[in-house]
Design a protein around this ligand. Structure first.
Ligand code: AKG
Length: 276
């Protein structure tokens, strides 16, 4: 048993539960056409994979993290820190801070994605809650996720789950289909501004194929860590909420140092979900 106390869940366990969950838990979200699209264009989009209770339970717990963070900033008396917390509502490795998130990242749609796109064994690599506040959620530069930390093996999958609907107006993700074939691009670090999050920007010069990925709540866009993507500002009067779990092969390393990379949080072994 590892630090998370791994137990292997059998197929019979997966199909238990109430009728609503049984439907979502037994349905296939990724057919062969979607797998072909993922290989050719670097992404696929699922139908809604979660019911309203699952989405609101996660949103509520991400709000709890935000309230705790805001209270800590307010207690510090640092007004700039308070302001930053209000506009930068992104939290990292949330499965370590939230039992709801820890359960969520092993939901069937992700296990199916791992099984079909990663392999019978997969680990969670990283998991962010990404909330863009109304009117103040900022632009996020074009990048490849592999541009943040180069791993060995290089490519893994990013799942961007819409906890609320994601639209052009509220700052949905944009992608360049097929750009995962361009290989790993050079990235430069960009400073934050009032209109832009801090982060890496990929160097490239053809964004003519860019398309927005508008999603209904519960839908997931799954893409290669080499696919170029960005997101727009939130110009709407409501929050835009997403969760971004990423999955890779067990044993992935930081390509520069050779040290283990990612969180080493096992989710799938021998094709079966891991529960703790
Ligand atoms: O949620 C967003 O707005 C973009 C997040 C993103 O691209 C990332 O975390 O790599």
């Amino acid at each position: 048993m590892d630090k998370y106390g791994i137990i292997y869940k059998t197929k019979t366990d997966i199909t238990k539960g109430n009728a609503m969950n049984a439907t979502l838990e037994t349905r296939d979200f990724i057919n062969t056409a979607k797998i072909a699209q993922f290989r050719q264009q670097g992404f696929l989009i699922t139908e809604s994979a979660f019911n309203a209770d699952e989405l609101s339970a996660l949103a509520d717990d991400m709000d709890r993290l935000h309230r705790e963070n805001l209270a800590a900033a307010q207690a510090s008396g640092d007004e700039r820190a308070v302001e930053r917390v209000k506009i930068q509502r992104s939290y990292e490795q949330v499965h370590e801070k939230s039992a709801v998130a820890r359960d969520f990242v092993r939901k069937p749609v992700f296990m199916e994605a791992c099984r079909k796109l990663v392999g019978p064994d997969a680990d969670l690599y990283y998991c962010q809650s990404v909330t863009k506040p109304a009117y103040r959620g900022r632009y996020f530069e074009w990048h490849q996720d592999s541009g943040y930390l180069v791993t060995d093996p290089l490519e893994y999958i990013t799942c961007w789950v819409a906890l609320t609907e994601a639209t052009v107006e509220n700052g949905c993700v944009w992608i360049i289909p097929g750009s995962h074939h361009w290989g790993l691009l050079e990235h430069v670090r960009e400073d934050e501004t009032m209109g832009k999050y801090p982060g890496m920007r990929a160097i490239f010069n053809d964004e003519s194929g860019a398309m927005p990925v508008e999603l209904a709540a519960g839908q997931v866009v799954i893409f290669s860590s080499l696919l170029l993507h960005k997101s727009g500002p939130n110009l709407s009067p409501t929050l835009r909420r997403g969760l971004v779990p990423q999955y890779h092969l067990p044993g992935i390393k930081n390509a520069r140092t050779g040290q283990p990379a990612g969180d080493l949080f096992p989710v799938l072994r021998g094709g079966q979900p891991v529960v703790s």
